[in-house]
Design a protein around this ligand. Structure first.
Ligand code: DC
Length: 231
């Protein structure tokens, strides 16, 4: 059976990565978390004094983009690929509220997007990929065989993200997480370069009231139908 490309876009904390990992595992495809790449660039900027209390040195970051090497390595125990920055595993370090607080500003920089989109397109060149993000169906793979657009209310999404952060031991307030979710929605959907919009041919899934199992079953059904069509 020929392999397809699956693009999953949507607002933050809509469970894109959970279902993308499940589908990739079931299909034996590569899963790429494109958000992790924007987070990796943000982490680099924070570690190198380009984002600090004094502000954000955008020109400095642009001039150092060639120093940023992002790669993914599959972790057998976890069952998915972790992200590395210049050889260092930063999978955990990029999930903090601090990185989340700056990542939308970094993702709005055209030079950053151009570099990461090029790398993402190379990773998906052979098909057999499930990639999630904000512009996968619109910019990275406009010809993807299947495009999904995930939504859920901001409150539901903030509860999910809050639970994740608490589980990993971070001390956060629900109100701060909700504010971060809403602020990222605003920046991601109003930026000039590649704003978060639903591709015309994307299938919208509102998972506010779906369990993980219900969501997986629903999407697997859609994937199977797409595979039938592209046989
Ligand atoms: O999916 P995430 O929350 O880890 O994404 C982090 C940020 O990166 C998000 O606020 C928007 C940005 N992003 C993007 O602009 N384009 C993508 N393809 C993926 C993420």
């Amino acid at each position: 059976m020929s392999k397809i490309t699956i693009a999953i876009d949507g607002f933050s904390s809509t469970g894109k990565s959970t279902v993308a990992k499940q589908l990739a595992k079931h299909l034996g495809y590569v899963y790429v978390d494109s958000g992790a790449m924007y987070r990796a660039v943000t982490y680099y900027a924070m570690q190198n004094g380009l984002i600090s209390k004094d502000g954000f040195n955008v020109e400095g970051l642009i001039s150092q983009l060639d120093n940023i090497q992002i790669s993914f390595k599959f972790n057998d125990n976890l069952g998915f690929a972790e992200v590395y920055l210049n050889g260092e595993n930063i999978e955990k370090a990029i999930r903090t509220l601090e990185v989340s607080g700056f990542v939308s500003q970094v993702a709005a920089i055209s030079e950053v997007r151009a570099k990461l989109v090029e790398q993402q397109q190379k990773m998906g060149a052979e098909k057999g990929v499930v990639m999630d993000g904000r512009d996968i169906g619109t910019v990275v793979f406009p010809d993807a065989d299947l495009k999904l657009f995930m939504t859920a209310t901001a409150e539901k999404r903030a509860i999910r993200r809050y639970d994740e952060l608490i589980e990993r031991g971070d001390e956060v307030l629900y109100e701060d997480v909700l504010k971060n979710v809403q602020e990222r929605d605003r920046i991601d959907s109003t930026r000039e370069d590649s704003p978060l919009v639903k591709a015309e041919d994307a299938i919208e899934i509102d998972n506010s009231n779906l369990s993980l199992q219900e969501q997986y079953d629903k999407l697997l059904d859609i994937v199977k139908k797409t595979l039938e069509k592209t046989k």
